[in-house]
Design a protein around this ligand. Structure first.
Ligand SMILES: NC(=O)C1=CN([C@@H]2O[C@H](COP(=O)(O)OP(=O)(O)OC[C@H]3O[C@@H](n4cnc5c(N)ncnc54)[C@H](O)[C@@H]3O)[C@@H](O)[C@H]2O)C=CC1
Ligand SMILES: O=C(CO)COP(=O)(O)O
Length: 331
């Protein structure tokens, strides 16, 4: 018995060798996938540029695009230092861009610049990027914002949805006409029942401002925690969509995919939220996969509004009856 314990198991070196080669295989495969993705992005970008060049033959002016063509380290200005603005600035900086984040509160700005931490949102997460030449820079005055909004800049807009058109109307004079505005809010502007894409153009009183829409599925907190995340960016112009894709894919945790359907992305990003709220309530009430699947299945049968409303209604009723029960027990 003792001999059988002390003697190495049969094929003792085989298992570690297999495990080592398995791990090496995974590392090599991951590395190859990264290379392949970089190559795909490069090809997509160069295809887009070629198409733009071709389009110039038909009298479309492409010269204005040339200065910003896919250089690394572009300037990205993030508007809003809430949860999502903070996470977008972090992603942009990890992707190697010069990243500036605009907020109104001077104390918040000072903390970001001095301590590399947002004191109000996602406070547990450091915004310092290891090994980066520069770090995220906070600014808090409109004068500084105007200085940073240089021609060709990319603006990642992360202000609340219903404030967005009024904000652009008020500040349109400092937004360069060729700035690419990449908007993270989706859905309708309730004042006019317009999609953001239309409401922003009306607010700026321009028809040709470059626009893109960035959507998840993504939560700011999970981006900061380094969970693998995919985003989608949609624009009427594939050039601008690919530009955001290149800027915001950090090849570590965040990968951005391109879509040519800005309306679909804006609507999809907003319409999924009743389901998301319903899913949260289902989980909060302690129900399981059956209940969640029931809601998702009914929604996929074209019953989205009705099933969402009735689910939310019954979930809310459950919450209220639960609250009543707790109150009764407590009294
Ligand atoms: N939190 C998330 O995981 C995600 C959020 N989004 C979108 O991002 C946008 C922002 O959402 P959150 O960051 O979660 O909201 P939030 O409430 O955390 O942040 C909004 C920020 O905007 C600031 N703000 C408001 N008015 C301002 C003004 N006039 N000038 C400067 N700053 C101003 C507020 O002070 C706040 O810091 C929303 O449109 C949301 O739909 C999109 C995807 C995910
Ligand atoms: O709506 C969201 C939170 O406000 C998140 O939406 P996306 O994940 O589609 O961007």
């Amino acid at each position: 018995m003792a001999a059988s314990i002390s003697s190495p198991p049969r094929g003792g070196f085989l298992l570690p060798a297999m495990a080592a080669s398995f791990c090496a295989g995974i590392v090599a495969a991951t590395h190859l996938m990264r290379l392949r993705d970089r190559e795909r992005l490069r090809k997509a970008a160069s295809r887009t540029q070629k198409n733009l060049m071709r389009s110039s033959r038909f009298g479309i002016d492409v010269a204005k695009f040339i200065p910003y063509r896919f250089q690394k380290k572009q300037k990205v200005v993030v508007l809003g230092a809430g949860s999502f603005g903070t996470s977008m600035a972090f992603v942009s900086q990890t992707a190697g861009n010069e990243t500036i984040i605009y907020m109104r509160d001077p104390k918040q700005c000072e903390a970001i610049n001095r301590q590399g931490r947002n004191p109000k949102y996602l406070t547990d997460h450091s915004l310092r990027i290891e090994g980066a030449d520069n770090q995220i820079r906070g600014i808090c005055t409109l004068e500084d914002l105007e200085k940073e909004l240089t021609p060709g800049v990319v603006i990642i807009h992360a202000l609340p949805c219903q404030l967005t058109p009024p904000w652009f109307a008020e500040h349109k004079d400092i937004i360069p006409r060729d700035a690419l505005i990449c908007c993270t809010c989706k859905g309708l502007y309730l004042e006019t029942n317009q999609l953001m894409s239309h409401a922003i153009l009306d607010a700026l009183d321009r028809v040709d401002q470059p626009l893109a829409f960035l959507s998840g599925p993504s939560f700011a907190e999970e981006i900061m925690r380094g969970f693998p995340t995919t985003l989608v960016v949609a624009s009427d112009s594939s050039f601008h969509a690919v530009r955001v894709q290149q800027l915001m894919s950090n090849f570590r945790t965040v990968r951005v995919f391109v879509s040519d359907d800005p309306i679909g992305v804006q609507l999809g990003g907003a319409l999924k939220n009743p389901l998301a709220v319903g899913a949260g309530m289902i989980s909060g009430l302690g129900f399981g996969t059956n209940t969640l699947s029931a809601m998702v299945t009914r929604a996929s049968h074209g019953k989205c509004p009705r099933s969402c409303v009735s689910f939310l209604h019954s979930a809310a009723n459950s919450v209220f009856s639960l609250t009543r029960k707790i109150e009764t027990i407590q009294s």
